[in-house]
Design a protein around this ligand. Structure first.
Ligand SMILES: [Zn+2]
Length: 289
């Protein structure tokens, strides 16, 4: 038998075996079952942000410290995804409340909201619990007297924003690294420290440095000294050599940085005086009225 015949024989045998396996194994069911469409652009975006945050956290050795920036990022993206899913579920209930009273969905909603207890697995009861969390009370009343699509979306948006704003603001008070961020958190607006004066690259590059200094993550000599275990690193400021390089020294005291600091400080003082003068003027006007 020549090699070509041998190859052909193997191929024929393989085809026969595959056909035989095809007859013996059960056929795969076609995925024809309809699935509830819950994916929105916001949910999809939140999922990818959560995946990236989890990947970065995992790649950096799964830091257990709750104050670690990657752990915080992981937590924030999880909350963000949770909020998007909640918006979708509550808006879906809004659609059902506006449906015709004869429709199956509306009738199921009416029945389940009336008879099911709070520990039931019913979707409507879960949405009811969800709404209570956001202080949207008496879901049954919204079913029988539905709001318009615009009113419902507005209500849901404001309630969810209020909930997450106060939750994030309260939680931020527990993080020592955020004490200089003034616990200012408003959904949809950027923190004043992360805003650049101009949109040029030079100003934008200053943002991470500013944030690192205010959160205590900017590495100064005192940090390097506290991190070094075996190699002795001096905490003394390398610019002036006169004191430990702490944040206070770096921003307010180092004499080698005077030249940069003096014009900035006078600008801050000028702006501060202007704000105070305006406030005084407003206060005097209120008093005179
Ligand atoms: Zn110095």
């Amino acid at each position: 038998m020549n090699p070509n015949e041998l190859d052909q024989a193997f191929q024929t045998l393989n085809i026969l075996l595959l056909k035989l396996l095809g007859c013996l194994l059960p056929k795969r069911k076609k995925d024809t079952e309809k699935k509830l469409q819950i994916m929105t652009e916001n949910i999809s975006q939140a999922i990818s942000e959560k995946k990236i945050a989890f990947f970065q956290w995992k790649q950096n050795g799964r830091p257990p410290d709750p104050n670690h920036p990657l752990t915080i990022q992981k937590k924030i993206t999880t909350s963000s995804l949770q909020a998007e899913i909640h918006v979708k579920a509550i808006n879906l209930f809004g659609n059902i409340s506006r449906a015709n009273c004869d429709s199956i969905e509306w009738r199921i909603a009416e029945r389940q909201l009336q008879i099911k207890s709070h520990n039931s697995c019913s979707w409507f009861i879960e949405v009811k619990e969800l709404c209570l969390k956001y202080e949207i009370n008496d879901l049954y009343a919204y079913l029988t007297n539905p709001l318009s699509k615009f009113q419902w979306k507005k209500l849901v948006k404001s309630k969810i924003h209020d909930y997450w704003t106060s939750k994030i603001t309260d939680e931020s008070k527990g993080y020592s690294t955020l004490k200089f961020m003034d616990h200012k958190y408003n959904i949809g607006s950027v923190h004043p420290l992360a805003i650049s004066v101009n949109a040029n690259l030079k100003d934008i590059r200053k943002i991470p440095v500013r944030l690192k200094i205010s959160t205590g993550n900017y590495i100064l000599q005192t940090h390097k000294a506290s991190f070094s275990k075996n190699n002795f690193i001096s905490p003394t400021c390398k610019l002036c050599g006169k004191a430990d390089e702490t944040v206070e020294h770096f921003i307010l005291l180092c004499e080698k940085l005077e030249e940069t600091r003096i014009p900035l400080l006078s600008k801050i003082l000028d702006n501060g005086s202007l704000i105070l003068a305006k406030l005084q003027l407003r206060f005097n006007r209120v008093l005179s009225n």
